[in-house]
Design a protein around this ligand. Structure first.
Ligand code: BES
Ligand code: ZN
Length: 615
């Protein structure tokens, strides 16, 4: 966000000196991070499930290199109890509230200030945090808490410089009720402590959006040399089986793009309300339980989050407009890991699925918001969440794949290796990436450089004509089945032997317009309604919503109330709200389901329903 001028009449929290404060907001953060360097954070929190509250302090080691008179932190949905500067209590000010950004916390400092300590407690509505009752967990015995900080929600549970361009190390002391384990984006305990106290150290500098905390009744099983899985006891065995290839993924990733920088790589499988598929919290990826499909068919998600250990966590997008650098690289890298372990055909199948998703997003966005089909996004005054679309992921991936196609895999891989190494623990923005790409790769390939229109790829809308074409052998079979079925409308013409999750998805996505009788016949033949695989369920209920196939509505309602992953919820709700009756159903389901959703998911659905114009 470029220089958005914030009102000058500041609300005074602690009867601070009256003066007019002019403030600018850059990169979705109020913080003056260029003047005031945070080096290290000491976090001390106690977790109170009854009050849905974290209470304690955040203590920053700083260097006031810009000789600023204030240190400005981001904060939202929390109460600041008091602030001390070098152990002396000071009066602080709070800037105006913004519904997206929260407010500035303004702390007087001197050029010599070394330490700033903020005592605070969070409010139940803190958007990063989801407090689950025992009923909302797998084992239904103990409550659960998890955080989701990306993109700008860390400020709802820690007052800090909430900006991806800022990196700091941290240590933490977390106190939780007995019988629960605390875990963070740091090296974690493998067993519960007796007194509910846990300490953590993250010695590598990370951006705020990678701050993470989870508390629950979980256990750990090792998967290999430096990997393991955490889950509720009742599902740990299934998780261990599903994620058996994880150590191999780490080894493959290192063979591709250099040493893994974070020590251990563990995955925490969360309760089903987790709003994302996965979140690349350093050392401890958070994952949705919907990847535990029972056939290892959805483990590419782990490859994705693991890949972020390089693209994103080592080399970090400088602003949320550069988000494609995080995600595009990660989808590309994810595919390379999958290819190494499961072979070219499997990886190409995933790529073709991704290409289809990209097309779908392009078709939507070119109508509604063509500028959002650019890789480099304008997020001025917007929620960075608006930029989380397949454009960053898939258009980003195909851009990088196009470069590989042009210069060849060997030169490309050398470049990527060097890129991660040279920029490790630093930030990257789009303009500097283009310069780096030219200098370290394309300048050596002038003919190819000529062929690649970087500006169109990055600053243009839509998908450039030279986008790589994917033709997966696996999916060709499905295409042929779709063609036969389109003519006959006879489900028996679809030979589903050996189908994996992705074959089914491709089949459902390729379907011609369907009548109610077609839907019923497909359902009868393949048993879609009530299916346990959440990916397939999502696609099927999306069709049911689109065509008003009411026989599936009960199970669709159950699905929408039991899963909180936004990617699965949105397409179903989106299709429901297109008609008046569908919208009424969506509202009814949402009214019951929303208490189980994370704020990130319920917020998106609320917007969707509010803006719906049913026909
Ligand atoms: N870092 C993202 C999740 C994210 C992005 C959260 C932006 C908040 C804001 C994570 O790595 C991700 O991309 N997850 C995907 C899974 C992946 C396999 C495409 C998801 O959650 O669906
Ligand atoms: Zn990602």
């Amino acid at each position: 966000m470029k220089k958005l001028l914030i009102a000058t009449g500041i609300c005074l929290a602690a009867c601070a000196p009256k003066k007019n404060l002019k403030m600018t907001v850059e990169n979705h953060s109020y913080s003056n991070y260029k003047a005031v360097k945070v080096n290290h954070l000491k976090l001390n929190l106690s977790v109170n499930f009854d009050k849905k509250e974290l209470m304690g302090s955040a203590v920053f080691d700083i260097a006031n290199t810009g000789a600023a008179t204030t240190m400005i932190l981001d904060h939202k949905s929390m109460v600041i109890d008091h602030v001390a500067v070098d152990n002396k209590e000071v009066k602080f000010e709070i800037g105006p509230q913004d519904s997206i950004l929260g407010a500035a916390l303004i702390i007087p400092i001197t050029p010599e200030t070394k330490e700033v300590a903020v005592a605070y407690h969070t409010l139940p509505e803190a958007e990063a945090l989801q407090w689950l009752s025992p009923e909302q967990t797998h084992d239904k015995k103990q409550p659960f808490l998890f955080s989701q900080s990306q993109a700008i929600l860390a400020r709802t549970w820690i007052p800090l410089q909430d900006c991806p361009a800022v990196r700091f190390t941290y240590e933490a002391t977390i106190e939780v009720p007995p019988h629960l384990m605390a875990m963070m984006s740091a090296e974690n305990p493998t067993a519960k402590s007796k007194d509910g106290k846990y300490t953590f150290k993250q010695p590598k500098p990370i951006p705020s959006y990678l701050m993470a905390l989870a508390v629950g009744d979980v256990e750990f099983t090792s998967l290999g040399r430096n990997s393991g899985v955490y889950a509720e006891p009742g599902m740990l065995k299934k998780c261990v089986w599903e994620l058996a290839d994880m150590q191999g993924m780490i080894d493959s990733a290192e063979a591709l793009y250099g040493p893994y920088a974070w020590g251990r790589y563990d995955v925490l499988v969360l309760p089903p309300s987790f709003p994302f598929g996965g979140m690349e919290n350093p050392v401890l990826t958070f994952a949705t339980p919907t990847i535990i499909a029972g056939d290892r068919s959805l483990v590419s998600l782990v490859a994705h989050e693991l890949a972020h250990s390089w693209s994103g966590n080592l080399v970090t997008n400088e602003t949320w407009s550069d988000f494609w650098l995080n995600e595009g690289f990660t989808v590309y890298f994810e595919q390379r890991i999958m290819e190494k372990i499961y072979g070219h055909d499997y990886a190409e199948m995933l790529a073709e699925i991704g290409r289809g998703e990209l097309q779908h997003t392009l078709d939507d966005l070119m109508q509604e918001a063509p500028d959002d089909t650019k890789l480099f996004l304008n997020l001025d005054g917007r929620n960075p969440d608006d930029g989380v679309t397949d454009i960053a992921y898939e258009k980003g991936r195909f851009f990088l794949r196009r470069i590989e196609e042009l210069v060849g895999r060997q030169a490309w891989d050398e470049f990527v290796n060097g890129y991660f190494k040279a920029n490790a623990f630093k930030t990257m923005n789009t303009a500097r990436f283009i310069a780096y790409l030219n200098q370290h790769l394309l300048d050596k390939y002038p003919a190819q450089q000529q062929q690649l229109d970087i500006n169109t790829w990055i600053y243009g809308t839509g998908l450039p004509k030279d986008a790589p074409v994917v033709n997966s052998k696996e999916l060709k079979r499905v295409n042929e089945a779709v063609a036969r079925y389109t003519k006959s409308k006879n489900p028996a013409d679809i030979d589903t032997q050996g189908y994996t999750t992705h074959h089914w998805l491709f089949l459902l996505r390729g379907m011609p317009a369907l009548s109610m009788a077609d839907m019923a016949a497909l359902d009868k033949a393949f048993g879609f309604t009530g299916i346990g695989n959440a990916e397939i369920a999502c696609d099927w209920y999306t069709l049911a919503a689109k065509y008003g196939y009411a026989d599936a509505f009960d199970e669709m309602g159950i699905f929408l109330k039991s899963v909180g992953r936004r990617k699965f919820l949105m397409p179903i709700y989106k299709n429901l709200v297109k008609t008046t009756t569908g919208k009424a159903l969506a509202e009814q389901i949402f009214s019951e389901a929303r208490k189980g959703y994370h704020a990130v998911a319920s917020g998106s659905i609320e917007d969707l329903i509010r803006e719906a114009q049913p026909k």
